[in-house]
Structures are given as structure tokens and as C-alpha cells.
Write a protein that binds this ligand. Structure first.
Ligand code: RVP
Length: 492
């Protein structure tokens, strides 16, 4: 008898976090976390791979805050690769494609190149690409046009300050300051030029001390890929995606596990697999030797899977049961969907998540893709499920295979599709960094109440209390008309 055997399951509103003895100030906690076996974030926030949430702009904004964006896949492979590259090139310390000049060219030629490329200096290299000097506008200006036919070698600064590949930002900055130079050519062991670093780049780098970066200093980025799309996975990995998020509404499928295991062998990136919602699924998909797990069947604000298919597991129970298994394997867990407030993030971490994936919380920001619209004087942006009709028939129709609607992929006729998501709008919210600030502020506060100075301690120390519907009613503001909305609470 299935009904009596059915387990009780819970979600965010069914529990509160118990306050504990604490000596922790919220400002002193660390939010550093592991998002996949090989990558750490400085805040536990990952943005959804959705076409109204994450392209390069969102991924850059999140990486700067210390989080991670997952580029959506409702794009051609080429376009998704371009988005990954944009993130990787944003704020890269070393400008790879450096323009150089030979010492035997004329100063006039150097000026022409600088004018055309809109740059203010050129490293001078010999036939073996070894840096022998640097020529800048400052060297050319005093010539007043008169001696422009002079050779570069006669005009350039020859005691050029270079740095070696892999020099750290701080060190590069010190060297630039000490030598009062604007740009530092980067050289290999053999003194051959490999790039150039400008002071402007270095300062930009310092502006985001909490940013999530790879070993080379570029922003971390993830990209979504279908479970059988090996060509896309290889292209994304070649483009430098640190993590590939295999994107399925039901990751617990034998063919997906098989395919992802193969894929994992062929790509350098870490591979996340999802979504799942049970301990059994965790055991099974871990056989694909993945680097991270994404949990959530049906909690999403735009998702109708639980209504259309009647399938799902309330999110707090799902995360908790998956995290218990994943912990034994040392594989991080991302709680994906259903998060409405910073308190929900804290609860997800309490039950074992290493990070959360958010869609609606970041939809409607300046950095989310899509146009802003104005209705009745208020600003909105579109937000839609990837299993909605719009997402399945728009773009390259990526939502279709996420929701197993691929039987006749050439048929884009919406009457032949069974959507599992809806389309709508959310209020325009301004910069994503403001949202992140509030979310992380709330989380730090939670950790202060628990007495946890890290996410690891949150896993170990935090206890939950089970509450009733009355407990939840009491939790929200009540018996008052809100006159001034606060930035981290919206009444539902
Ligand atoms: P939310 O943050 O509650 O808006 O949920 C976002 C999550 O919902 C996504 O990360 C994804 O897992 C899921 N999703 C995306 N599209 C759909 C759908 O159409 N059903 N669901």
C-alpha cells in the first residue's frame, strides 16, 4: 500500500533554522564554497542556465561578486562559445594578441599603427620575437613630425621593463608602480613576447577582490550542454568553460548517465549533472564520475512539472537526501530552483547544499538577457521557463530536449509540444550586484544566528525546527500595511 509507505517530504517554508550559541559576527564569516570538485566560489550563488537569466553579461557580473554564471544553451554552439569567450576575455590580465613592431621600421609607421589600433604603445621585437624596447606616443610626440623617418630603434625606450608569464596581479602592479610604466610586456622563459599587461587592466582586476577566478586569473564561467551533445561539450571546453552543466529535467536516466560518463572522459572542464531529487538518483549518477550534482525537480518559480506530470520532490527534502549521499563521495551539491529569499538559501545550505542556483532572483536585473518593457508606468523584464512554449520554439529550441520533447525535432509547431514551464515578466530590479549584496547579507546574518563562520560549519552546526502553517504566517510581517518596501523582502 503505497500511500502509507509514502515518505514525508518538506520544503523551505516547512522549517526554520534554530538559533544557536554564537560568537560569530556576520561580517566575519566566509562564504567560500566548493561548486564542483575542482572549483571554488567566494559566494554560494550560481545563476540558472536560462535564456532570460544568463549570458556573458550576467556571468561576468556574478564572477565579479564571487559567484558563477551558467550560460544557457538556447543558442547555436558558435553563439554559446562566443558567450563563454566573452567572460574569459573580460578583464583578462594578459592581453594575448599584442601588436608589436620591428626596430627597423620607421617612427612614422609606429605612429600609424598606434593611430589605427587606438593604442598608445608598442613593444619592439627582433626577428626572434624577443623584446628589445618599447615605443609609445610619448617617444614620438617630441619628434614633432620632423624626424618621423627615424628608425624605431633610434626613438624607442630600450631598457624596457617586462614581466614573466604567470606573474601575479599584485606583483605586476608593484612593478608597474616602481618603474612608473603604463604597460608591461609579458615574456616567456626565452624572452619572447607572449602578451602585454596594461595598468588599466591591473587596476580593473583589483577592483573586484572577491571575484571567482581560475588559476590564470580569468573569471570562472560555466556553460550548459545537452546530455548527448558531445560536439557542444567539446567546443565549450575548448573555449575555456571551466564547468559544463549537463542540463536535463531528469538526470536520473540510464542513457544520460552512460553518455555523460563518456563525455566526461573527453572534456577538460568539470562536469555537473542534474537535475535529480532522490538519494537513489545520487548513487546512480555518481557512477558517471561527475564533478558536481544539481538538485531540483519542480521547485522552480516558472516550472509546471509537478502539476503537468505530477512528479517532483519538495526541494528541502530533495537537497537533504542527495547531499547525504554526495558528501560520502566528496562531490558538491547545487540546490537548483525555488529560492525566493536569502533565508531559503541559508536553509538549503543547512541541509547540505554547497551552493544554490537561482533563476527568478536574478531575472529582471540589468544583466539578464532581454528587453525591458514598461506597463502602467512600471518597468519589467521577461522571465520564462526553458520548458515553456516560448523557449522551446524560440532560439535553437533547447528547452525541447531538456523536457524530452525531441521526438520530431524538425517540428516546431507549438501544438505538438507539452510544455512544463510558463512565461511571464518580473519587475525590473537594477544591477545584479545589489541583489547579491542583499542575499549574501541575509545569509551572513543567518550564519551569525547559527554560530557558523563558514558554509562547512553551517552543514555541521545548523539545526532546523519543523514549523506549522501558523508558524509560517507568524514569520512573515503581519497586521500592518507596508508603506516602504524593503530591498530584501517582497510580500506575496
Ligand atoms: P527559480 O529560481 O525558482 O526561478 O528556478 C529556476 C530553475 O528552474 C532553473 O535553474 C531550472 O532548474 C528550472 N527551470 C528552468 N526552466 C524550467 C521550466 O520550464 N520548467 N524550470
Amino acid at each position: 500500500d503505497k500511500l502509507t509507505k509514502a515518505e514525508d517530504t518538506y520544503t523551505f517554508d516547512d522549517f526554520l533554522i534554530k538559533p544557536g550559541l554564537s560568537s560569530i559576527e556576520p561580517k566575519d564569516v566566509t562564504l567560500k564554497t566548493q561548486v564542483s570538485t575542482n572549483f571554488n566560489l567566494n559566494i554560494p550563488i550560481v545563476s540558472s542556465a536560462m535564456d532570460t537569466v544568463t549570458e556573458s553579461q550576467m556571468a561576468i557580473a556574478l564572477a565579479r561578486e564571487g559567484g558563477l554564471g551558467v550560460i544557457h544553451r538556447n543558442l547555436t554552439v558558435d553563439d554559446e562559445v562566443k558567450e563563454v569567450r566573452k567572460v574569459k576575455l573580460a578583464n583578462e590580465l594578459t592581453v594575448k594578441e599584442v601588436i608589436t613592431i620591428s626596430p627597423d621600421e620607421t617612427a612614422e609607421e609606429a605612429k600609424a599603427i598606434m593611430d589605427m589600433e587606438e593604442i598608445s604603445g608598442l613593444p619592439v621585437v627582433d626577428d626572434n620575437d624577443v623584446v628589445v624596447g618599447i615605443i609609445s606616443r610619448r617617444d614620438i610626440k617630441p619628434l614633432r613630425g620632423k624626424y618621423l623617418h627615424n628608425k624605431v630603434s633610434e626613438v624607442m625606450t630600450s631598457d624596457v621593463v617586462t614581466i614573466s608569464e604567470g606573474t601575479e596581479t599584485e606583483k605586476a602592479l608593484d612593478i608597474a608602480y616602481e618603474n612608473k610604466v603604463e604597460r608591461l610586456p609579458v615574456v616567456s622563459e626565452k624572452d619572447e613576447i607572449v602578451g602585454i599587461v596594461t595598468m588599466k587592466d591591473i587596476l580593473k582586476h583589483k577592483q573586484y577582490p572577491n571575484a571567482a577566478r581560475d588559476k590564470r586569473g580569468t573569471y570562472l564561467v560555466a556553460a550548459a550542454c545537452g546530455p548527448f551533445d558531445i560536439d557542444r561539450a567539446m567546443a565549450l571546453s575548448d573555449a575555456g568553460a571551466d564547468i559544463i552543466a549537463i542540463d536535463s529535467a531528469h538526470g536520473h536516466k540510464t542513457d544520460i548517465i552512460e553518455s555523460v560518463r563518456e563525455m566526461n572522459k573527453n572534456v577538460e572542464s568539470d562536469v555537473l549533472l542534474g537535475n535529480i531529487a532522490t538519494a537513489k538518483a545520487a548513487e546512480d549518477i555518481l557512477k558517471a564520475e561527475i564533478n558536481g550534482i544539481k538538485v531540483g525537480i519542480g521547485p522552480g518559480s516558472i516550472c509546471t512539472t509537478r502539476i503537468v506530470a505530477g512528479v517532483g520532490v519538495p526541494q528541502l527534502s530533495a537537497v537533504s537526501s542527495v547531499a547525504d549521499v554526495a558528501e560520502d563521495y566528496g562531490v558538491p551539491v547545487i540546490a537548483d530552483g525555488g529560492l525566493r529569499y536569502s533565508g531559503d538559501i541559508a536553509k538549503a545550505l543547512c541541509v547540505g547544499a554547497n551552493a544554490v542556483m537561482v533563476g527568478s532572483l536574478l531575472a529582471g536585473t540589468k544583466e539578464s538577457p532581454g528587453e525591458m518593457t514598461i506597463r502602467n508606468g512600471r518597468k519589467y523584464k521577461q522571465y520564462r521557463g526553458m520548458g515553456s512554449l516560448g523557449a522551446m520554439t524560440g532560439g535553437v529550441g533547447a528547452g525541447k530536449d531538456r523536457y524530452f520533447q525531441n521526438s520530431n525535432s524538425s517540428n516546431m509547431n507549438s501544438t505538438k509540444l507539452v510544455p512544463e514551464g510558463i512565461e511571464g515578466v518580473v519587475p525590473y530590479k537594477g544591477a545584479a550586484s545589489q541583489i547579491i549584496f542583499q542575499l549574501m547579507g541575509g545569509l551572513k546574518s543567518s550564519m551569525g544566528y547559527v554560530g557558523a563562520d563558514s558554509i562547512k560549519q553551517m552543514h555541521e552546526k545548523a539545526e532546523l525546527v519543523h514549523i506549522t502553517a501558523n508558524g509560517m504566517l507568524e514569520s512573515h510581517p503581519h497586521d500592518i500595511t507596508i508603506t516602504n518596501e524593503s530591498p530584501n523582502y517582497n510580500p506575496r
